[in-house]
Write a protein that binds this ligand. Structure first.
Ligand SMILES: [Zn+2]
Length: 342
């Protein structure tokens, strides 16, 4: 087996009000000056301003992220001047831009997520738009994650349910990884079990998560971090990304406006059916957690959803149940009908 190096965050701070401890955290991590705080127009008010104020004495500066694009990374890197760290306060876009800016500037990166909406927090890749195309660029692995449950709990319910569905979809991802193993692909038992653990942990807290309770949001955040760690251990997104993610990516490229986790959740019901797994358990779990279970709820028409399944087979060179079963339109139609997805 090829050796691979595993990089993980040094500190994960989780709990009510922990975003108020940024100054102490920076000192502990030996970030002595010039942190650049990034937020968007919404997350600025949620916690960005507070974090910035907290770090005033460290000669902090602040920039507003307008979009998750390569140009934005270049613009912010230019404007920032000399800095010693990047602190992203926000969701996917602010975190992705922050990771990429920190990598460009070769400084430490801290992330303060404002919603538990996906499991891509701990990773050294940033997903950015280059023109109209989504590309993955090198980013900095967060040195620390500050998960303030008071902030996460106040996130829009839809974002929370989407993060939950992203964790649940690990069940079908791990199944696909096992299929790929038979084709000679690298497989890690440990990473696969971590991926499954994340899904199960989230599912056990479905009701608490739906209620948006502090405990539920904390359990969800732990599940998403576990899922992130599984991917880092695997050296790929395999423990959390199978056919259901390929379907979601195709839906994105077709202009779907639904959230990443929402799409992955619905797609995992169909994927589980094709895999011969207990799809109804996944559907029930998604319902219990307040996540969508049909294409209609995603705002995606039946034909479009079916097309996405068929196209996902060749979305990238990643062996999944769609290849194993040569899923065509007819098979996709049957799985969607059987599961009631569309
Ligand atoms: Zn995902």
């Amino acid at each position: 087996m090829e050796p691979h190096s595993i990089e993980l965050p040094r500190k994960i701070l989780m709990g009510k009000g922990v975003s108020g401890r940024m100054l102490g955290l920076c000192k502990e991590l030996r970030i002595m000056g010039r942190p650049l705080v990034l937020a968007d127009s919404v997350t600025k008010g949620i916690a960005g301003d507070r974090v910035f104020q907290d770090l005033r004495n460290l000669d902090a500066r602040m920039e507003i992220v307008k979009e998750a694009t390569i140009q934005e990374v270049a613009r912010i890197s230019r404007r920032a001047g000399p800095i010693d760290a990047v602190i992203s306060v926000g969701g996917g876009s602010v975190i992705d831009v922050g990771k990429a800016v920190a990598f460009r500037k070769q400084v430490d990166f801290i992330c303060v997520p404002t919603a538990p909406s996906h499991d891509g927090i701990i990773s050294a890749t940033a997903s950015l738009l280059h023109g109209r195309k989504k590309v993955s660029v090198r980013g900095k692995m967060p040195l620390a994650i500050v998960a303030d449950t008071k902030i996460l709990k106040s996130a829009p319910k839809r974002l929370i349910a989407s993060g939950y569905a992203d964790a649940v979809s690990n069940i079908t991802a791990v199944y696909d990884w096992k299929l790929a193993r038979k084709k000679g692909e690298y497989y890690s038992e440990y990473a696969a079990e971590l991926g499954m653990l994340a899904a199960k942990k989230a599912m056990r807290s479905a009701n608490l998560i739906k209620q948006g309770s502090e405990r539920g949001v904390r359990n969800l955040m732990e599940a998403l971090i576990t899922s992130s760690v599984a991917m880092t251990m695997a050296g790929s997104s395999r423990p959390a990304s199978g056919a259901e993610h390929a379907i979601s990516h195709v839906l994105d490229s077709m202009g779907s406006r639904a959230l990443h986790g929402e799409q992955c959740g619905v797609a995992s019901i169909v994927t589980a059916c094709l895999q011969g797994q207990d799809w109804w358990k996944i559907r029930k779990a998604l319902k219990d957690g307040g996540a969508p279970t049909t294409a209609k709820e995603l705002g995606v028409g039946r034909q479009k959803f079916l097309q996405a399944i068929v196209k996902a087979r060749n979305y990238r060179e990643r062996y999944t149940i769609l290849n194993e079963k040569n899923v065509d339109l007819k098979k996709a139609e049957k799985a969607c009908k059987d599961t009631g997805v569309c």
